[in-house]
Design a protein around this ligand. Structure first.
Ligand code: UGA
Length: 438
């Protein structure tokens, strides 16, 4: 099947390459010449495990091309929209300008019988509005909404073998069957493997995506709220998470208490959801997300507080080693990264912040050139008055406290991800602070 993918960022680039690997003939369209040049060379423009291999493999078949020329979508039967929907500046709502621009550019090139499938995360109601826009322009292409659930760091696996598929179809039966047939053809491999499929309407498909992310954010903030209670009572939140996680109805995943969630999805998606619910007159239904957001932001503050405390409330001029900058391991993404936020706050308090990350230094430097970045872990921690773990990359997670001790000026560690065994660090002479742990 000939497919176009409009927007080649974290979502679109992986989706385009995955579709080509699955046997389709794919053209990826983007406006960024640097990104396009990398993709054409078979290089990933961002860090995503397995993506370089996938790009080379798909590229070698001759079925994957990238261009900035939107007219190249002509001839494709299915067009995926995979552009970003960031948080609007100065507001909670989603900025849909890239989605609208993608539709405006695509519509003149659509032919009868074409299907457009939106993958971007959008406020509920957007698909219906875009379908009207398409109809008003005289296009008789069909629109479907097909949300994406891939996780950064596991995007290749999640794209090739998704855990579920959701097809939000138009109300008109003819358009719905056209859209469903095209999506079934695109995802034939996954469907043959018995991947669960939910066929539904636009509003449900849009809501599945935002409610899934809202649920995940809520689960993380729930355990972080327990972390705050643990701090007031001397309880250990990691043991609490293990114990409640054994209940199959609760489950241990996403009960990792620590500095909290960040990234290009969870924070902005819960805010956009609140904004959309307000517009719908249902603000109270998701008002709890405000608390979810607030708990999350408080945890960043708590990590900073621990550091300041360990520096006897005099952070000015002290050296703090920050381990990790990406919003989570296996990613170079620093969008709304708790780690980078903590580093910048400490710098703002006058500390000499040395930061390191295996993949995210360049992205972090572009946003915050004021921090002192080091590629080498040893350089980062040498002479540090406090070491702070904020992104649990394996290389920081499995540190030997005995081996790190001779490098630092003072044996103080703040474990922002509750990744370390406190007893082991204390036995090596460190003052250990976790979150929600005695
Ligand atoms: C998230 C969802 O997990 C994906 O299903 C979704 O497709 C994606 O957003 C999206 O909307 O595109 P992602 O942003 O890649 O994926 O990251 P997650 O793995 O969900 O982690 C989000 C944040 O939560 C990270 O900062 C992570 O460190 C934090 N986290 C995660 C915790 O603090 N505790 C946990 O137990 C788990």
């Amino acid at each position: 099947m000939r497919i176009s993918v409009i927007g080649c960022g974290y979502l679109g680039a992986v989706h385009a390459a995955a579709m080509a690997k699955l046997g389709h003939d794919v053209v990826g369209v983007d406006v960024d010449p640097v990104k396009l040049a990398a993709l054409r060379r078979g290089e990933a423009p961002f860090f995503e495990p397995g993506l370089p291999e996938l790009l080379l493999e798909a590229g070698a078949t001759g079925r994957l091309t990238f261009t900035d020329d939107i007219s190249a979508v002509r001839g494709a039967k299915l067009h995926f929209i995979a552009v970003g929907t960031p948080q609007r500046q100065g507001a909670n709502s989603a900025d849909l300008r890239f989605v609208d621009a993608a539709f405006d550019q695509l519509i003149p090139h659509l032919s009868a019988g074409d299907v457009v499938a939106g993958k971007s995360t959008v406020p509920v109601g957007t698909a219906a509005r875009l379908a009207e826009k398409m109809a008003a322009s005289g296009s008789d292409a069909a629109l479907a909404w097909n949300p994406e659930f891939l996780r950064e760091g596991f995007a290749v696996k999640d794209s090739l073998t998704p855990d579920r598929l959701v097809f939000g179809l138009p109300p008109e039966p003819a358009a719905a069957s056209l859209a469903q047939a095209a999506l079934r053809e695109a995802y034939a491999t996954a469907l043959d493997d018995a991947t669960p499929l939910v066929v539904t309407d636009y509003a449900t498909a849009e809501l599945v995506k935002v409610s899934a992310n809202a649920f995940l954010a809520t689960k993380i903030s729930f355990i972080n709220a327990m972390s705050e209670i643990a701090e007031a009572t001397g309880a250990d939140v990691t043991q609490l998470a293990d114990a409640i996680g054994f209940d199959g109805r609760i489950g241990r995943r996403f009960l990792g208490a620590g500095v909290g969630f960040g990234g290009g999805c969870l924070p902005k998606d819960i805010r956009a959801f609140m904004a959309r619910a307000e517009e719908l007159g249902r603000g109270e239904s998701v008002a709890f997300l405000k608390e979810v957001d607030a708990i999350n932001m408080r945890r960043r503050h708590k990590v900073v507080e621990h550091v300041v405390d360990l520096l006897d409330h005099e952070p000015y001029g002290k050296t703090v080693a920050v381990l990790g900058l990406a919003f989570k391991p296996h990613s170079d993404d620093v969008r709304d990264s708790p780690a980078l936020d903590v580093a910048v706050r400490l710098k703002g308090l006058g500390a000499n912040v040395r930061a390191t990350d295996p993949e995210a230094i360049e992205n972090a430097r572009a946003l915050h050139p004021q921090l002192d970045y080091h590629a080498s872990f040893e350089e980062t921690v040498t002479g540090a008055d406090v070491v702070v773990l904020v992104t649990e990359w394996d290389q920081y997670r499995y540190l030997d406290p005995e081996a790190v001790a001779p490098l630092v000026a003072a044996r103080n560690v703040v474990d922002g991800r509750n990744s370390y065994d406190p007893a082991r660090w204390r036995a090596a002479g460190w003052t250990y602070r976790g979150l929600g742990r005695p």
